[in-house]
Ligand binder design. Structure first.
Ligand code: 5GP
Length: 183
Protein backbone atom coordinates (compact mmCIF):
# COMPACT_ATOMS: atom_id res chain seq x y z
CA UNK A 1 0.00 0.00 0.00
CA UNK A 2 1.42 3.42 -0.90
CA UNK A 3 1.52 6.24 1.65
CA UNK A 4 -1.44 8.64 1.81
CA UNK A 5 -0.67 11.64 -0.37
CA UNK A 6 -1.70 15.24 -0.58
CA UNK A 7 -2.57 15.72 -4.26
CA UNK A 8 -3.10 19.16 -5.79
CA UNK A 9 -5.09 19.13 -9.02
CA UNK A 10 -5.31 22.39 -10.96
CA UNK A 11 -6.17 23.40 -14.48
CA UNK A 12 -8.55 25.80 -16.15
CA UNK A 13 -12.26 25.10 -15.99
CA UNK A 14 -13.27 23.34 -19.19
CA UNK A 15 -10.45 20.79 -19.04
CA UNK A 16 -12.61 18.12 -17.43
CA UNK A 17 -10.74 18.01 -14.14
CA UNK A 18 -14.01 17.68 -12.22
CA UNK A 19 -14.99 14.60 -14.26
CA UNK A 20 -11.56 13.02 -13.77
CA UNK A 21 -11.72 13.60 -10.02
CA UNK A 22 -15.27 12.20 -9.73
CA UNK A 23 -14.21 9.01 -11.50
CA UNK A 24 -11.19 8.57 -9.22
CA UNK A 25 -13.32 9.03 -6.09
CA UNK A 26 -15.74 6.37 -7.34
CA UNK A 27 -12.98 3.89 -8.07
CA UNK A 28 -10.65 4.45 -5.14
CA UNK A 29 -12.00 4.26 -1.62
CA UNK A 30 -8.69 5.39 -0.09
CA UNK A 31 -8.90 8.78 -1.80
CA UNK A 32 -11.06 11.73 -0.68
CA UNK A 33 -11.72 15.20 -2.04
CA UNK A 34 -11.18 18.18 0.21
CA UNK A 35 -14.34 20.29 0.41
CA UNK A 36 -13.39 23.98 0.17
CA UNK A 37 -15.09 26.94 1.77
CA UNK A 38 -16.33 29.66 -0.56
CA UNK A 39 -18.13 32.96 -0.26
CA UNK A 40 -19.78 32.57 -3.67
CA UNK A 41 -23.40 31.52 -3.99
CA UNK A 42 -24.21 27.89 -4.85
CA UNK A 43 -24.93 27.19 -8.53
CA UNK A 44 -28.04 25.19 -9.40
CA UNK A 45 -27.55 21.58 -8.34
CA UNK A 46 -24.64 22.28 -5.99
CA UNK A 47 -24.92 21.08 -2.40
CA UNK A 48 -23.59 22.60 0.80
CA UNK A 49 -20.99 20.33 2.37
CA UNK A 50 -20.56 18.37 -0.87
CA UNK A 51 -19.42 20.84 -3.54
CA UNK A 52 -18.37 23.55 -1.10
CA UNK A 53 -19.15 24.88 2.32
CA UNK A 54 -20.97 28.11 1.45
CA UNK A 55 -20.03 30.66 4.08
CA UNK A 56 -20.32 34.43 4.59
CA UNK A 57 -17.47 36.86 3.94
CA UNK A 58 -17.39 37.52 7.66
CA UNK A 59 -17.04 33.84 8.56
CA UNK A 60 -14.32 33.53 5.90
CA UNK A 61 -12.39 36.41 7.52
CA UNK A 62 -12.76 34.75 10.91
CA UNK A 63 -11.30 31.52 9.56
CA UNK A 64 -8.33 33.43 8.12
CA UNK A 65 -7.75 35.00 11.53
CA UNK A 66 -7.92 31.57 13.19
CA UNK A 67 -5.35 30.26 10.68
CA UNK A 68 -7.85 27.56 9.74
CA UNK A 69 -6.92 27.45 6.02
CA UNK A 70 -4.12 25.45 4.44
CA UNK A 71 -4.37 28.04 1.65
CA UNK A 72 -6.92 30.51 0.35
CA UNK A 73 -7.36 32.82 -2.63
CA UNK A 74 -9.78 35.45 -3.86
CA UNK A 75 -11.00 35.88 -7.41
CA UNK A 76 -14.18 37.09 -9.14
CA UNK A 77 -14.93 39.06 -5.91
CA UNK A 78 -15.19 35.82 -3.98
CA UNK A 79 -12.88 33.86 -1.72
CA UNK A 80 -12.06 30.16 -1.72
CA UNK A 81 -10.09 28.29 0.92
CA UNK A 82 -9.03 24.78 1.93
CA UNK A 83 -9.84 24.06 5.59
CA UNK A 84 -6.70 22.47 7.00
CA UNK A 85 -8.00 20.25 9.84
CA UNK A 86 -10.02 17.76 7.71
CA UNK A 87 -7.06 17.37 5.33
CA UNK A 88 -4.69 16.55 8.18
CA UNK A 89 -7.19 14.12 9.74
CA UNK A 90 -7.68 12.18 6.51
CA UNK A 91 -3.95 11.94 5.79
CA UNK A 92 -3.36 10.68 9.33
CA UNK A 93 -6.01 7.99 8.71
CA UNK A 94 -4.18 6.81 5.58
CA UNK A 95 -6.52 8.46 3.09
CA UNK A 96 -5.04 10.47 0.20
CA UNK A 97 -6.61 13.88 -0.23
CA UNK A 98 -7.20 15.71 -3.51
CA UNK A 99 -7.30 19.49 -3.47
CA UNK A 100 -9.05 20.86 -6.56
CA UNK A 101 -7.74 24.39 -6.40
CA UNK A 102 -6.54 27.21 -8.64
CA UNK A 103 -2.90 27.61 -9.65
CA UNK A 104 -2.05 30.31 -7.11
CA UNK A 105 -3.50 28.20 -4.29
CA UNK A 106 -1.52 25.28 -5.68
CA UNK A 107 1.71 27.26 -5.48
CA UNK A 108 0.94 28.14 -1.86
CA UNK A 109 0.34 24.50 -0.93
CA UNK A 110 3.64 23.57 -2.58
CA UNK A 111 5.42 26.08 -0.32
CA UNK A 112 3.80 24.66 2.80
CA UNK A 113 3.83 20.97 1.88
CA UNK A 114 6.84 20.20 -0.29
CA UNK A 115 5.84 16.55 -0.69
CA UNK A 116 2.45 17.37 -2.29
CA UNK A 117 1.94 15.78 -5.70
CA UNK A 118 1.27 18.62 -8.14
CA UNK A 119 -0.92 17.73 -11.14
CA UNK A 120 -2.02 20.12 -13.88
CA UNK A 121 -4.88 18.97 -16.11
CA UNK A 122 -4.38 20.56 -19.53
CA UNK A 123 -6.69 20.66 -22.57
CA UNK A 124 -5.49 19.11 -25.84
CA UNK A 125 -5.33 22.63 -27.32
CA UNK A 126 -6.38 26.18 -26.51
CA UNK A 127 -8.97 26.08 -29.32
CA UNK A 128 -10.63 23.05 -27.76
CA UNK A 129 -10.56 24.71 -24.34
CA UNK A 130 -12.26 27.84 -25.67
CA UNK A 131 -14.93 25.78 -27.42
CA UNK A 132 -15.64 23.88 -24.17
CA UNK A 133 -15.94 27.08 -22.16
CA UNK A 134 -18.37 28.63 -24.60
CA UNK A 135 -20.32 25.36 -24.74
CA UNK A 136 -21.32 25.61 -21.08
CA UNK A 137 -24.76 27.12 -21.21
CA UNK A 138 -25.07 28.13 -17.59
CA UNK A 139 -23.31 31.48 -17.87
CA UNK A 140 -23.68 34.97 -19.34
CA UNK A 141 -21.36 36.19 -22.13
CA UNK A 142 -19.53 38.36 -19.62
CA UNK A 143 -18.97 35.43 -17.25
CA UNK A 144 -17.71 33.30 -20.14
CA UNK A 145 -15.29 36.06 -21.17
CA UNK A 146 -13.94 36.35 -17.61
CA UNK A 147 -13.60 32.58 -17.31
CA UNK A 148 -11.82 32.31 -20.68
CA UNK A 149 -9.36 35.01 -19.69
CA UNK A 150 -8.73 33.25 -16.39
CA UNK A 151 -8.28 29.92 -18.17
CA UNK A 152 -5.63 31.43 -20.44
CA UNK A 153 -3.88 32.97 -17.42
CA UNK A 154 -3.93 29.64 -15.56
CA UNK A 155 -2.32 27.84 -18.52
CA UNK A 156 0.81 29.96 -17.97
CA UNK A 157 1.43 28.17 -14.68
CA UNK A 158 1.45 24.64 -16.04
CA UNK A 159 5.23 24.33 -16.08
CA UNK A 160 5.31 24.88 -12.32
CA UNK A 161 3.56 21.51 -11.92
CA UNK A 162 5.63 18.33 -11.90
CA UNK A 163 2.87 16.36 -13.65
CA UNK A 164 0.98 17.67 -16.67
CA UNK A 165 -1.88 15.39 -17.70
CA UNK A 166 -3.44 16.23 -21.08
CA UNK A 167 -7.12 15.35 -21.08
CA UNK A 168 -7.42 14.19 -24.67
CA UNK A 169 -8.83 10.74 -23.90
CA UNK A 170 -10.72 10.74 -20.57
CA UNK A 171 -9.88 7.15 -19.52
CA UNK A 172 -6.17 7.65 -20.25
CA UNK A 173 -6.16 10.85 -18.20
CA UNK A 174 -7.90 9.07 -15.27
CA UNK A 175 -5.34 6.24 -15.36
CA UNK A 176 -2.45 8.72 -15.44
CA UNK A 177 -3.73 10.52 -12.35
CA UNK A 178 -4.39 7.23 -10.51
CA UNK A 179 -0.82 6.11 -11.29
CA UNK A 180 0.56 9.30 -9.71
CA UNK A 181 -1.55 8.81 -6.57
CA UNK A 182 -0.59 5.14 -6.25
CA UNK A 183 3.10 5.64 -7.02
P1 5GP B 1 -15.84 27.67 -9.16
O1 5GP B 1 -16.39 28.97 -8.67
O2 5GP B 1 -15.99 27.48 -10.65
O3 5GP B 1 -16.36 26.49 -8.39
O4 5GP B 1 -14.27 27.68 -8.88
C1 5GP B 1 -13.47 28.70 -9.36
C2 5GP B 1 -12.03 28.36 -9.11
O5 5GP B 1 -11.78 28.23 -7.70
C3 5GP B 1 -11.56 27.04 -9.71
O6 5GP B 1 -10.33 27.27 -10.40
C4 5GP B 1 -11.33 26.16 -8.50
O7 5GP B 1 -10.34 25.18 -8.74
C5 5GP B 1 -10.89 27.17 -7.50
N1 5GP B 1 -11.02 26.72 -6.10
C6 5GP B 1 -12.01 25.98 -5.55
N2 5GP B 1 -11.77 25.78 -4.26
C7 5GP B 1 -10.58 26.39 -3.96
C8 5GP B 1 -9.79 26.53 -2.78
O8 5GP B 1 -10.11 26.02 -1.70
N3 5GP B 1 -8.65 27.24 -2.89
C9 5GP B 1 -8.25 27.81 -4.06
N4 5GP B 1 -7.09 28.47 -4.06
N5 5GP B 1 -8.96 27.70 -5.19
C10 5GP B 1 -10.11 27.01 -5.15
Amino acid sequence: MSKAKLVVISGPSGTGKGTIIKQILQRKKDVALSVSCTTRAPRPGEQDGVDYYYISKEKFREMIEQDAFLEYESFFDNSYGTPEAPVREKLAAGISVILEIDVKGGMNVKKKAADAEMIFIAPPSMEILKARLVGRNTETAEQIEKRTQRAFDEMKYQNQYEHIVVNDDLETAIQEVIAIIEK
